[in-house]
Write a protein that binds this ligand. Structure first.
Ligand code: ADP
Ligand code: MN
Ligand code: MN
Ligand code: MN
Ligand code: MN
Length: 371
């Protein structure tokens, strides 16, 4: 356990003199040594794990990469007596930490008997995506998160009290308004370098809370890009000795929680008159609110219960609602979309720690597949 007295200055990662690494990280290595970091989702359905290996050639697609395995009994994914768990490469990114030929490899996970692990939500998501290709669905996800000091307290908050009430912090600038921008800038740059479709970033309503957006992406790639962007966020925050949490309500009380607003469109919604398609989709969503709430956080709604209170720009977890420009509704149609009569809509319910594969799958099965 971390002692409550520990703060940034006590973080071993913040203490290490990073300039020493510079002597080694750019050493020339053999041309046929390609360093690959395999990244996967562990048994919590929220945390990411990674391990590295040397390959002898540059893969052109995930199929060129070897299937690998790991000790699933150490990631809450298997029993010790039958612990080998398999990593199947699904997407390749450039490695912003090592650069050069190094790559990050996103994997989904399979048990020894060949079936997907309980937290492999990608497999069935991909099946749903492949049934809807003709509708050309696009997704854009707004990932909110909070930076914590090494003691688990939000970064920059007074140690024996609270900052002033919310108001000046959202999209703020200034030493008394935002905390940890270095991490945000590094993360944005690293995501672009990696090949992630990061769309933007902003400081959030609660101090030390931030957001970035991924998308619009076609189909499964929004989930792949979001998961790899989360890995890069944790990895960069680690270097600064800071913790990035995706908890949907890190501070109880009069402080905004964190979500993963999911923006959706299909080809027909993007075409002239598409607002009618958007209204049809919202009508379908209104009929299965509970099913979506169960898919919108890793604990079947229990995490989101703390966040979706009906206050702090959220709707109540118990009710479904929709409205133009309404940030207190489950579904918001942006004002510009309403004016133009076409575009996309926003599902504000997914929790910051949601699995985007579960969210995308639930939405497609409701609005495109009528399941
Ligand atoms: P907000 O006003 O809710 O804070 P943001 O600008 O943070 O909105 O995020 C809007 C998101 O919508 C972005 O991630 C963007 O990629 C996504 N988006 C834009 N157009 C579309 C579209 N046609 N279909 C799906 N997503 C879209
Ligand atoms: Mn070993
Ligand atoms: Mn936003
Ligand atoms: Mn936001
Ligand atoms: Mn939003």
């Amino acid at each position: 356990m971390i002692k409550m007295s520990l703060t940034l200055k006590d973080s071993p990662n913040a203490q290490i003199d990073k300039s020493i690494l510079e002597r080694y990280i750019n050493l020339p290595i053999p041309n046929d040594a390609i360093i690959a970091t395999y990244v996967w989702i562990d048994g919590t359905g929220q945390d990411v794990r990674c391990k590295d290996r040397t390959l002898t050639s540059v893969p052109k697609s995930p199929k060129d990469l070897p299937i690998w395995n790991y000790d699933g009994s150490s990631t809450y994914q298997a029993q010790g007596s039958n612990s080998d768990t398999y990593l199947h490469p699904v997407a390749i990114y450039k490695d912003p930490f090592r650069r050069g030929s190094a790559i990050l490899v996103l994997c989904d996970t399979y048990k020894a008997d060949g079936t997907p692990t309980a937290t492999n939500k990608r497999k069935t998501c991909l099946e749903a995506v492949n049934k809807c290709l003709n509708e050309e669905p696009w997704f854009g996800i707004e990932q909110e998160y909070t930076l914590l000091d090494f003691d688990g307290h939000p970064l920059g908050w007074p140690k024996n009290g609270y900052p002033g009430p919310q108001g000046p912090y959202y999209c703020g600038a200034g030493a008394n308004k935002v905390y940890g921008r270095d991490i945000v800038l590094a993360h944005y740059q690293a995501c672009l370098y990696a090949g992630i479709k990061i769309a933007g970033t902003n400081a959030e309503v609660m101090p030390a809370q931030w957001e970035y957006q991924v998308g619009p992406c076609e189909g499964i790639s929004v989930g792949d890009d979001l998961w790899m962007s989360r890995f890069i966020l944790h990895r960069i925050a680690e270097e600064f000795g800071v913790v990035a949490t995706l908890d949907p309500k890190p501070m109880p009380g009069d402080w905004n929680g964190a979500g993963a607003h999911t923006n959706i469109s299909t080809a027909r919604m993007r075409a002239d008159g598409g607002i009618h398609e958007i209204e049809k989709a919202i009508a379908k969503l209104s009929k299965c609110h509970e099913r979506h709430i169960r898919a919108y956080d890793p604990n079947e709604g229990r995490d989101n219960e703390r966040r979706l209170t009906g206050r702090h720009e959220t709707s109540s977890i118990h009710d479904f609602s929709a409205g133009v420009a309404n940030r207190g509704a489950s579904i918001r149609i942006p004002r510009g979309v309403s004016d133009e009569g076409k575009g996309y809509f926003e599902d504000r319910r997914p929790s910051s720690n949601c699995d985007p594969y579960s969210v995308v799958e639930a939405i497609l099965r409701t609005i495109c597949l009528d399941e």
